[in-house]
Design a binder for this molecule. Structure first.
Ligand code: PMP
Length: 356
C-alpha cells in the first residue's frame, strides 16, 4: 500500500498536481554544508579507493568514544538499513523466529520474510501509550526465538521507550538467551532522553546511522555496535557484498560527528517546532501520543479505514501513509513531518477538513 500511494502521488505530480508529501521519512532539510565540504575535500585528496570492510578506523574510534565502547565493537554499514539486514541475515539465516513489536518499520518484517524466518508480532496500543507488555513478550518467546527487534524511538509512533519497560525487556531477553537488536536511528535527535541498549553491556546489538541525525539519507552510511565476534562476522559479509562505504562518505560522517552539537541540535530544534505545531493542529480531531522524537505522528480516528482515507486524501493533494503499512492498524495513519513548516501546516489543515 505504501508503494501504491507513492506511485499514485508520482502520477498525480506528473499530471501537474501539487502534492504535499507527508508520506515518507526523507527530510526536506539539506545536508549541512560542512559535511558536503568534508566529502569533497576527501575526494580531492584521493579517498576514492577500496578500503577496510570494518570501516575507517578514525570513524570507528570516534563512534566508540561517543558510545563508550571500543573501536573493535564498531562496524560501518551502508546505511542502517544494511546493518539491520546483515544482522538479521547472520542471526536468522539458519531458521528460527524473531519477535517484532508493532507498529513497526516495515523493513523488519519484509527482511525476516526474505530470509525465510518466522515472525512473531507483539502488538502495542495507543491506549497503553504504546508500552510493550512484558508478560506477552515472555509468552511469545520459544526455543526457536533468536532475536527481538526494538525500535527506540519508534517509527511510526515517535514514542521513546520507558526505561523501566526497557529494563524489563532486557531482563527477559538475558534470562531466555535471546539477542536484542535495538534500532536507535532516531535516538540522537529525540526530544527526550532515550536509554540505549548499550547501557546493558555488549551481548545485545545497536543499530544506528547518520541519515536522520544529520539529514544524510542519500549518503548511505550507518553502523552496528556489537561484541567483537559479531562485528567480525558482519565485516566478512561486508567483504563479499558492499566491501566498504565510500571513504569520502566516511570522512564526511566523521566531520558530522565532530560538529554534532552544533549540527544535530539545529536539526532537532526544527523537528521539535514541527511536532509541536502538528500536535496543536491535530489534537482537536485525532487521538495520538505527542511525538517524543522527530519525523512522525501516528494518529487514530475510531472507525477510520485508513487505506480508503489515504487514497481519498491524495486526490485532495496530501500524501500520508496508511496504518496498515505498519501492522494491523487500520484506524491509524502516519504523517511525516518532513516538509517545510508552511507545507506541513497546509497539509494538516486539509487532513482535519477531510476528517470532519
Ligand atoms: N530504521 C528505521 C526505524 C527507519 O525509519 C529507517 C529509515 N526510514 C531506517 C532504519 C533506515 O535508515 P538508513 O537511512 O540509515 O538506512
Amino acid at each position: 500500500m505504501l508503494y501504491e500511494i507513492n506511485e499514485k502521488a508520482l502520477k498525480l505530480e506528473s499530471e501537474g498536481k501539487k502534492i504535499i508529501r507527508l508520506n515518507i521519512g526523507d527530510p526536506d532539510l539539506a545536508t549541512p554544508n560542512e559535511i558536503i565540504e568534508a566529502a569533497y575535500a576527501a575526494m580531492k585528496k584521493g579517498k576514492t579507493k577500496y578500503s577496510s570492510s570494518y570501516g575507517e578506523l578514525s570513524l570507528r574510534e570516534k563512534l566508540a568514544e561517543i558510545h563508550g565502547v571500543s573501536a573493535d565493537n564498531v562496524v560501518i554499514t551502508a546505511g542502517s538499513k544494511w546493518g539491520i539486514f546483515a544482522t538479521m541475515y547472520l542471526m536468522l539465516r539458519n531458521g528460527g523466529n524473531v519477535i517484532i513489536p508493532t507498529p513497526y518499520w516495515t523493513a523488519y518484517e519484509l527482511t525476516a520474510k526474505t530470509l525465510g524466518a518466522q515472525t512473531k508480532l507483539l502488538r502495542t496500543e495507543l491506549d497503553d501509550k504504546w508500552r510493550i507488555d512484558l508478560d506477552k513478550l515472555e509468552n511469545l518467546i520459544d526455543k526457536e526465538t533468536r532475536m527481538i527487534i526494538l525500535n527506540n524511538p519508534n517509527n511510526p509512533t515517535s514514542k521513546v521507550m520507558d526505561p523501566d519497560v526497557l529494563d524489563g525487556i532486557v531482563g527477559i531477553a538475558n534470562r531466555k538467551g535471546v539477542t536484542i537488536l535495538s534500532d536507535e536511528v532516531y535516538g540522537t535527535i529525540a526530544f527526550v532522553k532515550t536509554k540505549s541498549i548499550l547501557e546493558y553491556g555488549d551481548n545485545h546489538i545497536l543499530s544506528n546511522g547518520f541519515s536522520k541525525t544529520f539529514t544524510m539519507t542519500g549518503w548511505r552510511i550507518g553502523y552496528i555496535i556489537a561484541n567483537k565476534e559479531f562485528v567480525d562476522q558482519l565485516t566478512r559479509l561486508n567483504q563479499i557484498t558492499i566491501n566498504n562505504v565510500p571513504v569520502f562518505t566516511q570522512e564526511a560522517a566523521l566531520k558530522a560527528l565532530e560538529l554534532q552539537g552544533q549540527l544535530s541540535n539545529a536539526i532537532k530544534e526544527e523537528y521539535q517546532k514541527r511536532a509541536k505545531m502538528a500536535s496543536e493542529i491535530l489534537k482537536t480531531v485525532l487521538e495520538f501520543t505527542e511525538p517524543e522524537a522527530p519525523f512522525y505522528v501516528f494518529p487514530r480516528k475510531r472507525g477510520l479505514d485508513s487505506e480508503r482515507f489515504t487514497l481519498d486524501l491524495l486526490d485532495k493533494g496530501v500524501a500520508v501513509a496508511p496504518g496498515t503499512a505498519f501492522g494491523d492498524y487500520r484506524e491509524h495513519f502516519r504523517i511525516s513531518l518532513t516538509a517545510p513548516r508552511a507545507e506541513i501546516e497546509a497539509g494538516l489543515d486539509k487532513i482535519c477538513e477531510a476528517l470532519e
